[in-house]
Design a protein around this ligand. Sequence first.
Ligand code: MEV
Length: 316
Amino acid sequence: MKWVAWAPGKIILVGEHFVVHGAYALAAALSKGVTVYAEPSLESRIVSAQTGLGAVSLDDASDQLRPIVAAVKATLQHINEKRGVNVNINSDLPRASGLGSSSAVAVATVAATAIALGHKLSRSELNDLALVSEKMIHSNPSGVDAAVAIHGGLILFKKNTPVRQVRLHQKVELVIGVSGVERRTGVMVEEFARIKSKFPHTFTAMVRSSSRFSQLAAASLTKKDFETVGLIFNYQHTVLKNFGMSTELLDNMVEEALKGGALGAKLTGAGGGGSIIALPPRRGVEQVVTSLRAVAADLFVTEVPSEGVRTWRLKD
Ligand code: MEV
């Protein structure tokens, strides 16, 4: 019997990097994500169409699959299961693009593995098991990516604090521009943290500012005050750029989005490549998309909020 789990990718609207150091981040689930098929088997095997890797037994995983293998092993141990599982991972998220692909893979794989073997995990179990994989990808994850993949919606996230769902009265459209440049989250997180040792007081002040901006952006979205949200995006992009997290291509993408009439635009996720998000004005999505198309490698429009992880049984 085959089971399926789906988990969304994510965008960070406000507060990437600062969230690692204790600030609130405002983050949302994407409508794109990762689908994982799983069924019980004598020995465990993982196939990832995403990485182009064929069937891999748990003991000879390549570097790319090792974090996910670790999450599967931790899940089998957690549910005290002696059987194995066949896992097939399919993603419609661009890899290493700041859109939460690795967390969505981890959450969907853990959920599919457990349900295929007869266990429905709680959100907190899912989170702890997905973080086994996240910690192998970069040593100091805030946990925001996994929290979005699990809870879905639009969330205010702060480390070691219960996730707060932000309720919206209407869906909000955002344009996502993908640079096509891959980058490693861990490298960017380390680079960002270097500023802390150089300017500790400025750094702490900026963590507090960023935290307040996340809360302000959440309240503004609830009140449909999109102008304020756009202004916060623009300000945040400049701050992240000054902290060395942007690139010329990301800056050009932000510029094109604003030229196309976006109320605000900023890099999203770790930066150094990856993606930007832009908030189009009402009935202005097409113009932002057309303008951004001139420089982005790929783009799509997403609606916030979208749902979090779900599992179901595949009909025979
Ligand atoms: C990566 O999606 C977001 C960062 O803030 C890292 C993290 O929160 O773990 C850059």
